[in-house]
Write a protein that binds this ligand. Structure first.
Ligand SMILES: Nc1ncnc2c1ncn2[C@@H]1O[C@H](COP(=O)(O)OP(=O)(O)O)[C@@H](O)[C@H]1O
Ligand SMILES: [Mg+2]
Length: 346
């Protein structure tokens, strides 16, 4: 198998191809996917690396009438320009010195299905012109051939650069931009929807625990708090790697903060201020996050002893108990974890 074939993907749908999350943005994403999946509309997905662009493209295909036909992935950044043209269009025997056989291109391979052009912002201006022609005429020509072939493809593109800026700087054709940008979707970075982290973390735990052959069941509250205090420049892919890493390190059934590869100076201490959020909502979020983190740390430091913890914090024991309940913090778990089992005082 040639190195380039790795970018050409026809693997069948997997159980794990599911978009997980509870944030308002994820709900909106599901709605947007439902709006266009059944159509042939060209979708342009923007967003940082690791936010789920390819997963969305795959989902659009799996929910479309084309689902039994190929889903072909081409990463425009991974392939040098001259090879990319050959990959996409194919060639006939004798078209150039090395062309000893006819070669079917990826446009032909995707016929009837979906073509996913990843990192389309990296495509050269010359190839952009050729792509535009295929999109306008539904025809393409193999290299060295003198007649056109008709194709029926649904195009989905992705990019992590600002295509409008690329158009302004004449690195990207404006006509192609309009042609592909019919239904734009923008992926939200994970750090702006940290409420999705616990569910995603559990999803990746179930997905990867068999690889380490361990019976790991979940995360402690403190471990989840740690996972939610990080910025994830690599987004969901980075979270997935961290869970995989934690599964390698853990020996019991529960992942604890020390198993999670996030350094203390990488956790977020200040608040991101989003002026689109109502002041009272934001303030409530900040306070809730603080109360949750504080309660966990306090109870852990006091080995789950409520009397000692409330004394240290200078708050009423009943209030501390209520706060723990409110955030689903299991005092007896903290007790069992920090002192190895005994649960007899509170
Ligand atoms: N909402 C989500 N739910 C579950 N898994 C996700 C989600 N978003 C992304 N992933 C997973 O994270 C990894 C990175 O996603 P990917 O689609 O490759 O990102 P991108 O194409 O934007 O770089 C993949 O393993 C993907 O399945
Ligand atoms: Mg990608």
């Amino acid at each position: 198998m040639s190195e380039l074939e790795a970018t050409h993907d026809k693997r069948p749908a997997r159980k794990s191809d599911v978009i997980i999350g509870i944030s308002p943005w994820i709900k909106e994403l599901h709605e947007r996917i439902a709006m266009v999946a059944s159509t042939d509309v060209t979708v342009a997905i923007g967003g940082e690396s690791g936010t789920g662009k390819e997963l969305v493209a795959r989902t659009l295909h799996n929910f479309s009438p084309r689902k039994r036909k190929p889903f072909v992935v081409v990463n425009c950044a991974a392939i040098p320009e001259s090879l990319l043209e050959d990959e996409l269009f194919g060639h006939v025997r004798g078209a150039f010195t090395d062309a000893s056989h006819d070669r079917e291109g990826l446009f032909a391979a995707a016929d009837g299905g979906t073509l996913f052009l990843d990192e389309i912002g990296e495509m050269s201006l010359g190839l952009q012109a050729k792509l535009l022609r295929v999109l306008q005429t539904h025809e393409f020509r193999r290299i060295g051939e003198d007649r056109d072939t008709t194709v029926d493809i649904r195009l989905v593109t992705a990019t992590n650069i600002d295509l409008e800026l690329a158009v302004a700087e004449q690195r990207f054709r404006q006509d192609l931009f309009y042609r592909i940008n019919v239904f734009p979707m923008h992926m939200q970075p994970l750090r702006e929807r940290l409420e999705d982290v616990p569910l995603l973390a559990q999803h990746f735990l179930l997905l990867h625990r068999d690889k380490v052959s361990k019976r790991v069941e979940g995360f402690s509250a403190a471990a989840l708090a740690k996972l939610q205090s990080y910025d994830y420049p690599g987004n969901i892919r980075e979270l997935e790697n961290k869970i995989h890493h934690a599964l390698v390190l853990v020996s019991g059934e529960i992942i604890e903060p020390e198993h999670i590869p996030i350094a203390d100076n990488q956790t977020r201490k200040s608040v991101e201020i989003d002026l689109n959020t109502d002041f009272r909502d934001l303030k409530r979020d900040v306070i809730e996050n603080f109360e949750r983190d504080y309660t966990i740390k306090l109870l852990e430091a006091n080995k789950g002893n409520l009397a000692a913890a409330s004394r240290q914090a200078g708050i009423d024991r009943k209030n501390l108990w209520a706060m723990a309940r409110r955030y689903g913090i299991e005092v007896r778990h903290i007790r069992a974890r920090t002192r190895g089992g005994s649960e007899n005082d509170s």
